[in-house]
Design a protein around this ligand. Structure first.
Ligand code: PEP
Length: 250
């Protein structure tokens, strides 16, 4: 099945409002003809201004996190309504940094994904194994389990809209990339689980690869059958390198 590629930038805790706007000024003209969905996930402080700056362009806005709660006494949190209010059409959930540094479980990620879809914001649901798990031959069981639990609350009728990101933890920010064959093997396993969960709609779900994606390796990764895009950290911080990723990968 032909799936539209999706390339997303995860800036993590980087860029002030001014830096985000300067990025947009250089980046938008470089990707205006992209044959892919292009997404920028700035820190929360830059969402509103960046959302305004990219309005009417072919680039979409994403949050890096969200609360599953609609409102109330949740100091420091942002609701799906607030994200929609500033123009988010996507939100990353369950990034390995949230899981390992902030203790987020797949059950919590599932609640976030459900709340996002109810607000018509598309969740980018992350999964991925540690080096220890890979070396212990637990990649399939661990990542398969993360997918089953993290997508447990997705309405079958909306499943085709979600995005999954497979990001082996040992490849994030380390310069180590899974070979295209290693990544494809896990993506194919994930595709199988999506089929079990959602039937034929599992074929429509886009699965991004993440982990040291660069202009030099994106095309080969994306040539794999079940790799439909990339979630990019370090190489998304400069307009030139991320636009090359978009234009090579799209
Ligand atoms: C990420 O954290 O989503 C990521 C893939 O980072 P990097 O591209 O820097 O490895």
């Amino acid at each position: 099945m032909a799936r539209r590629p999706i390339l997303a930038a995860n800036w993590k805790m980087q860029k002030t409002v001014g830096e985000a706007l300067a990025f947009a000024g250089s980046f938008l003209p470089l990707v205006k003809d992209a044959a892919a969905d292009v997404v920028l996930a700035p820190p929360a402080t830059a969402l509103h201004a960046l959302g305004q700056a990219i309005q009417g362009s072919n680039v979409a806005l994403a949050a890096q996190n969200v609360s599953p709660e609609p409102k109330g006494a949740f100091t420091g949190e942002l609701s799906t309504e607030m994200l929609a209010d500033v123009g988010c059409s996507y939100a990353i959930v369950g990034h390995s940094e949230r899981r390992t540094l902030f203790g987020e479980t797949s059950a919590f990620v599932a609640a976030k994904a459900e709340a996002l879809l109810a607000q018509n914001i598309l969740p980018i649901v992350c999964c991925g194994e540690s080096l220890e798990q890979r070396e212990a031959n637990q990649t399939f069981s661990y990542v398969g389990g993360q997918i089953r639990e993290s997508l447990a609350r997705i309405d079958k009728a909306r499943a085709a809209e979600i995005v999954v990101a497979y990001e082996p933890i040992w490849a994030i920010g380390t310069g180590k990339t899974a070979t295209p064959e290693m990544a494809q093997e896990v993506h194919a396993m994930i595709r199988g689980v999506l089929g079990e969960l959602f039937g034929a709609d599992g074929e429509a779900i886009r699965i991004q690869y993440g982990g040291s994606v660069k202009p030099a390796n994106v095309a080969e990764l994306m040539s794999q059958t079940d790799i439909d895009g990339a979630l990019v950290g370090g190489a998304s911080l400069e307009p030139e390198s991320f636009s090359q990723i978009v234009n090579f990968g799209g």
